[in-house]
Write a protein that binds this ligand. Structure first.
Ligand SMILES: C[S@@+](CC[C@H](N)C(=O)[O-])C[C@H]1O[C@@H](n2cnc3c(N)ncnc32)[C@H](O)[C@@H]1O
Length: 248
């Protein structure tokens, strides 16, 4: 079951529990019922096998909604916040890839992996271009492409890259575009798509090309190289070199 559906079910189960207890006269008053809803939602999420970080979200969701009612804020603010978050996170509920950005030390570590000749680099899920901009400035002889799906991050990235001539910035799904022209493909995604990312890389990249994944290794495959970036978040880069096809 997709995580977003589990979350919806857990919230409704919490509401149904609070409603049933109120009807039976076992719990009364707004905040006790809110507490029951929150605990029941978290318990159901746990039973459905949701990841641990969903539990504080379920515990806080309805209490925050009810608390925010008391602020008397104009409902347009909630709509505006929702639209903004939707434009940034877009299909995260489906792709299970949130937004976090590569830092400069990571970009510097990736720069050491670029070949010493003109080359082509693709960032799949390029965010706002935090990785590509420093790389493109450091290596004007290379071509850097970013593919980003979420409209807000794509737009920010496009504006920020407008004056960097060797960056090509596109709004597209990373699985929908071909990768065969690239020497290095960089991914900073989540554990969820890594098996599919490797499948596409192995099928499309040329022998000798490198798939580099920030933080999330390809499942069941030993990396050809691992780089400890040495930054505060202890970034680790996993590199997978495409091997020539075995001759029969
Ligand atoms: C963790 S961020 C990494 C951003 C950037 N690569 C960096 O290192 O700073 C992942 C990005 O991938 C984007 N993304 C997720 N799934 C995608 C898909 N199927 N196609 C294109 N972009 C996607 C998200 O919108 C998000 O901006």
């Amino acid at each position: 079951m997709p995580p977003a559906l589990k979350a919806l079910l857990a919230q409704f189960a919490g509401l149904a529990t609070a409603f049933a207890l109120a009807r039976a006269g076992l719990v009364g008053g707004l905040w006790p019922l809110v507490g029951v809803q929150a605990l029941a939602a978290a318990a159901v999420a746990h039973l459905l096998g949701s990841a641990r970080w969903w539990l504080p979200i379920h515990l806080g969701f309805v209490p925050l909604v009810v608390g925010a009612q008391g602020l008397g804020a104009n409902p347009a603010w909630y709509l505006a916040a929702f639209v903004l978050l939707a434009l940034v996170y877009w299909t995260s509920f489906r792709t299970q890839v949130p937004l976090y950005l590569s830092n400069r030390r990571t970009a510097a570590a990736v720069a050491t992996l670029l070949p010493p000749r003109p080359c082509a680099v693709l960032d799949i899920g390029a965010g706002t271009g935090s990785l590509l901009r420093p790389l493109a400035r450091a290596r004007p002889d290379c071509r850097f492409s970013g593919i980003e799906l979420a409209p807000a991050t794509w737009l920010i990235g496009r504006l920020l890259a407008a004056r960097v001539p060797n960056i090509d910035w596109r709004r597209a799904d990373l699985f929908a575009r071909p990768w065969q022209d690239y020497d290095l493909v960089y991914a900073f995604l989540s554990p969820v798509p890594m098996a599919a990312v490797w499948k596409k890389a192995a099928a499309e990249l040329r022998p000798g090309a490198l798939l580099v994944s920030n933080s999330f290794p390809v499942p069941e495959r030993a990396p050809d190289l691992v780089i400890e970036v040495g930054d505060r978040r202890r970034t680790r880069l996993y590199g997978y070199r495409i091997q020539p096809a075995a001759t029969p």
